[in-house]
Design a protein around this ligand. Structure first.
Ligand SMILES: *Cc1c(COP(=O)(O)O)cnc(C)c1O
Length: 404
C-alpha cells in the first residue's frame, strides 16, 4: 500500500515553511525534491571516499571509481540498455542533446531534413537550429493541436528519404502530454532516420525501456527524478555512438596523445572528457534506487489520481482554462484565468507558501500556438497530497478575487 504521509518523511524539505505557511511544492517539472537517501549518499561520498576516478592506483580513487561505475550499471539496468558502454554520463539533458547535435555536424549534408515536434523545450530546439546553421540541413516541425497533442498525420507527410533525424520529448514539460513515441520511432526508422527522445520530463513518471522502444538516443536529467542537479545521462545505441565524433577534448577521453596525433578512448569514455560530476553520478544511481523501491507503476497510479483530482477541482473555478487536455498525460496542470496575467497568480500563491511556475516554461512555441504569454503550471509528484491541491485551489480562488 502506498502511504504518501510515510513517503513525505523521506523528504526533509517538505516539512519547512515558506512565508509563514507550510511549503506546498508544485514545481516538480522544473526540479524534483531530494529524499534523505540521496542526501546521505552525497554526504557519504564527501565524508568518506572523495577522490578522482579512473586514474588513481590509490585506495580511495579505486573505491570512488567502483561506486561511480556501479551507478552506471544501475542506470543501464533502469533503462534496459543492452550494453553498459551505451550509457554516457553528462551534466544533464541539455548537455546530452548538444553532444548528439554537435556530433551530427559531420554526418548531415546540405538539404538533409531533420524533424522536431511543436511541443519541445528550448533545449531540444536550439541545438538543432545551430546544427542546421552549420550544415545547411532543414528543420521541419510536427504541428500540435488544441488539446496539446501532435498531429500524427502531418508527421507522416513530413517523413521522406531526406529525413535523417527526428527528435521529440517523451512528455511535454509545459503541458504534460505523453507523446506516442513508439509510433514516432517506428515511422522514422521506416524511412531510415534516427530518433532522439528527450526523456527529461518522462523519467520522473515512467520507466522507459530503450530496447523495446528501439530508440537510437534517449536523454534525461537526474534532478527531475529525485537526484542532484548537474548530472544526467545519454543513452545511445553502440553503432551510433561509434559513428559520432567526440564532443569535447580533454583528459579521460583519449587512448593516446602526441602532438602529431591523438586517438580516442573506447566508449563510454570517448564522450566523458574531464573530471565528471562523480558525486552527482553516484547520487543519480541512489535516486534511481529510491524511485524503483517505490515502483514506477505505484508512482504513476498515485500521480494520476492527483492529476484527476486537481483537474476537477481547478475547473470548478469560473474562467479557468487548462492547456493540455489529452487523455494520456502526466501530472502537470498548465492553466490561466481569463483576464489575469499568470505571473500575478504565481506571486499571490507564493505568498501563501505554494510554489508553482509561471511563464513560458522554456517552450515559447507552445505559448505562441495558444497566443498567450505563458501559463501557471502546477506539477505534482508522488510526494504531494490532495490536501495540498486543496490549498492551491483555495489560493487560486483568492488570487482571482484580488486580481479581478
Ligand atoms: C527540464 C527539461 C529539459 C532541460 O533539462 P536540463 O536538466 O535543464 O538540461 C529538456 N527537456 C525537457 C522536456 C525538460 O523538461
Amino acid at each position: 500500500m502506498f502511504d504518501v504521509y510515510k513517503i513525505r518523511k523521506d523528504f526533509p524539505i517538505l516539512s519547512r515553511e515558506v512565508n509563514g505557511k507550510p511549503l506546498v511544492y508544485f514545481d516538480n517539472a522544473a526540479t524534483s525534491q531530494t529524499p534523505q537517501a540521496v542526501i546521505d549518499t552525497i554526504v557519504d561520498y564527501y565524508s568518506n571516499y572523495n577522490a578522482n576516478i579512473h586514474r588513481g592506483v590509490h585506495y580511495l580513487s579505486q573505491e570512488a571509481t567502483d561506486v561511480y561505475e556501479e551507478a552506471r550499471k544501475k542506470i543501464r539496468k533502469h533503462f534496459n540498455a543492452a550494453r553498459l558502454h551505451e550509457i554516457i554520463f553528462t551534466s544533464g539533458t541539455t548537455h546530452s542533446i548538444n553532444l548528439v547535435a554537435t556530433g551530427f555536424s559531420s554526418i548531415l549534408k546540405k538539404g538533409d531534413e531533420i524533424i522536431v515536434s511543436a511541443l519541445e523545450h528550448h533545449s531540444n530546439i536550439v541545438p538543432w537550429q545551430m546544427l542546421c546553421e552549420r550544415t545547411g540541413a532543414i528543420l521541419k516541425v510536427i504541428p500540435m493541436n488544441e488539446e496539446g497533442a501532435l498531429e500524427m498525420d502531418a508527421y507522416d507527410a513530413l517523413l521522406s528519404e531526406k529525413t535523417k533525424l527526428v527528435f521529440t520529448n517523451h512528455v511535454s514539460n509545459a503541458l504534460g502530454t505523453v507523446n506516442p513515441i513508439k509510433q514516432i520511432i517506428d515511422k522514422a526508422h521506416a524511412v531510415g532516420a534516427a530518433v532522439l527522445i528527450d526523456g527529461a520530463q518522462s523519467c520522473p513518471h515512467i520507466k522507459p525501456d530503450v530496447q523495446e522502444l528501439d530508440v537510437d538516443f534517449y536523454v534525461a536529467s537526474a534532478h527531475k527524478m529525485c537526484g542532484p542537479t548537474g548530472v544526467g545521462m545519454l543513452y545511445g545505441k553502440e553503432e551510433w555512438l561509434n559513428k559520432l565524433p567526440p564532443y569535447q577534448g580533454g583528459g579521460e577521453m583519449i587512448a593516446e596523445v602526441t602532438f602529431e596525433k591523438t586517438t580516442y578512448a573506447d566508449l563510454p569514455h570517448k564522450f566523458e572528457a574531464g573530471t565528471p560530476n562523480i558525486c552527482g553520478g553516484i547520487a543519480f544511481g541512489a535516486a534511481i534506487d529510491y524511485m524503483n523501491a517505490i515502483g514506477f507503476d505505484t508512482i504513476a497510479a498515485y500521480e494520476d489520481e492527483l492529476l484527476k483530482y486537481g483537474t476537477e477541482k481547478l475547473l470548478e473555478i469560473e474562467g479557468l482554462k487548462i492547456y493540455g487536455t489529452t487523455e494520456n498525460k502526466t501530472s502537470v496542470i498548465s492553466f490561466n484565468i481569463e483576464g489575469i496575467h499568470p505571473y500575478d497568480i504565481g506571486t499571490i500563491v507564493d505568498k501563501l507558501g505554494i510554489a508553482v511556475r509561471t511563464g513560458h516554461h522554456c517552450a515559447q512555441p507552445i505559448m505562441d500556438y495558444y497566443k498567450i504569454p505563458g501559463t501557471v503550471r502546477a506539477s505534482f509528484s508522488f510526494y504531494n497530497t490532495k490536501e495540498e491541491i486543496d490549498a492551491l485551489v483555495e489560493a487560486v480562488r483568492k488570487a482571482k478575487m484580488m486580481l479581478s
